[in-house]
Design a protein around this ligand. Structure first.
Ligand code: F6P
Length: 322
């Protein structure tokens, strides 16, 4: 193996830059040439590549987003699109590929491996933290802390006005982000896709705590597969609770900003581990971290197996709501 390519794909996540830096520098240390492809698989199909050396990734470890750019690429799901990508990788001289992204990106990489024989290794980069094969994905910790800062601010105004707030957080069909911020933010309730939503029970809980003297409350709502769902839930609940209510959708603010120390360390470790895996002759795997050890998981397992949400934390939110 002489040359490896790296790209970021899907939704951006804080720590992707730190990860590209790690791939480039670990590659250089291992005597490899590294090229970057811009704009995810779209840029791969269009042959948009640039040489990356240790100096070209200076001063990016602290920056949010991804300097290579990213995209969701419907065209790459088609064989015709992937053939263009294979040609582009060959003309860049790349015999290995590192894909930093989520499930959709790994599915694409797996198709590419099957059709071209090019070796590819994935690194989990998504704020959703929904990939099997790693305790945490790059960007999750930063998104948790960004959402938490917003929730703390909302709590100030909620208390001042004695209001009920429904705060919707991202997570793409999973409740990892929602549950984490609900516990850390001291929310009164949390709604996640992994557990049935009982709106009558929610109304009872909120009304009872209102009667006990709680003058403001925060309900965290995971976006699930219907972003904006917090408005629907608020409309159904507010009249029976008897509190003035507001809805806040945190949205893409959760995807930006400088990565936390935890995300930078994870990104650095997994970037180096991906290069090591390619140099070991590995392909079709994601590198992740479980119980602080680097593990390699076959691509299909990352989407076929489901990482379980710790549902005991749902009960914890209820028990500590006061
Ligand atoms: O996968 C990351 C994520 O931020 C999800 O939490 C969210 O549902 C989705 O991306 C939003 O995607 P887009 O930026 O394409 O609107």
């Amino acid at each position: 193996m002489k040359t490896i390519a790296v790209l970021t794909s899907g939704g951006d996540a804080p720590g992707m830059n730190a990860c590209i830096r790690a791939v480039v520098r670990a590659g250089a240390t291992g005597g490899l040439r590294v090229v970057g492809f811009r704009h995810g698989f779209n840029g791969l199909m269009a042959g948009e590549h640039l040489p990356l050396d240790p100096r070209s990734v200076a001063n990016i470890i602290q920056r949010g987003g991804t300097f290579l750019g990213t995209a969701r690429s419907p065209e790459f799901k088609k064989l015709k699109g992937r053939r263009k990508a294979i040609e582009a990788l060959k003309s860049a001289g790349a015999d290995g590929l590192v894909v930093i992204g989520g499930e959709g990106s790994f599915r694409g990489a797996q198709d590419l491996i099957r059709e071209s024989g090019i070796r590819a290794v994935g690194i989990p980069g998504t704020i959703d933290n929904d990939l099997y094969g790693t305790d945490f994905s790059i960007g999750f910790d930063t998104a948790v802390n960004t959402a938490l800062e917003a929730i703390d601010r909302i709590r100030d105004t909620a208390a001042s006005h004695e209001r009920l707030f429904f705060i919707e957080v991202m997570g793409h069909r999973t409740g990892f982000l929602a549950l984490e911020v609900a516990v850390a933010g001291g929310a009164e309730a949390v709604l996640v896709p992994e557990a049935p939503t009982d709106l009558d029970q929610l109304c009872r809980t909120l009304s009872e705590s209102h009667r006990r003297g709680k003058s403001s409350s925060i309900v965290i709502v995971a976006e699930g597969d219907e972003p904006g769902v917090a408005f629907t839930i608020a409309n159904r609940v507010k009249s029976s609770v008897g509190m003035e209510s507001r809805v806040v959708i945190l949205g893409h603010v959760q995807r930006g900003g400088p990565p936390t120390a935890k995300d930078r360390v994870l990104a650095s470790r997994l970037g180096a581990a991906a290069v090591e895996a390619l140099m070991d002759g590995q392909t079709g795997i994601m590198v992740g971290e479980i119980h602080n050890a680097v593990v390699r998981t076959a691509f299909p397992e990352t989407w076929e197996k489901r990482k379980g949400l710790d549902l005991s934390r749902l009960a914890l939110v209820g028990a500590l709501a006061g």
